[in-house]
Write a protein that binds this ligand. Sequence first.
Ligand code: 48F
Length: 256
Amino acid sequence: MEEKISKFIIQSFFAKLEDSLTVDVAIVGAGPSGLIAAKELAKAGKKVAIFESKLAPGGGVWGGGMLFNEIVLQENIIPILDEYAIRYKTTGEGYVTADAVEVSSALIYGAVHAGVRIFNAVRVEDLAMRDERVCGVVINWNPVSRLEMHVDPLVITSRAVLDGTGHPSELINLASKKAGITLDTPTGKVMGEKPMWMENGESSTVINTKRLYPGLYASGMAANNAMGGFRMGPIFGGMFLSGKKVAGLILEDIQG
Ligand code: 48F
């Protein structure tokens, strides 16, 4: 019995991993922007894998504001909440509140049921590049990197890579500092996130969502860090719209 259970897990996990060695889009980070982008891309028929370093996908949604597990969204996000069957309460002042656990789990379920594969506890530690184009991600188990074990990684190849790593914009930083590439930002480098300014942060998140180098895109707070946008705390409309926008940009580029 025990042997069978182990065998079933190993066989089905490796089938999933083997089928994801080459994908259309590799998304790094299962925060709200990455999860929403992933579902959009999968719905459009693309093969999508998300690599998330933590055990639980969902990024910064779970904890709401200061661990009070409610988040705020603008009323214009209601159609997206409806799409995911997420319940909300209106405040009467142009905003709604939603249970952070319901939002996180709905975004994860929505992505997985659209066909996205999420590999959790996997950290993306580098980019793969060919001919001045990002063409994949270098992965390892997060515990391996946290324990600083000297273990070589594996590589996933893809037509597009999305940095959805949130505030640190890890891949964009790697691209700029390690690979030395010139990003499509005003200085060609990572601009750095600015302090809290809610309204401005929300709108700039969507504007800052873009392709920063051939094959490399940023969404959510990673886009703000790359482009010098403001932070905004537990209001999430910008993250949702950023996920939708980046999926459209990637589709335009990889359909053609
Ligand atoms: O930060 P995060 O939730 O990304 P987001 O979509 O949303 C930002 C909001 O949550 C919040 C905010 C709203 O106003 O400001 O912060 O921009 O999720 C990023 C995910 O990426 C994972 C990380 O564990 C988190 O779940 N991550 C970060 N670096 C790596 C990674 C990496 N190198 N490899 C894999 N996953």
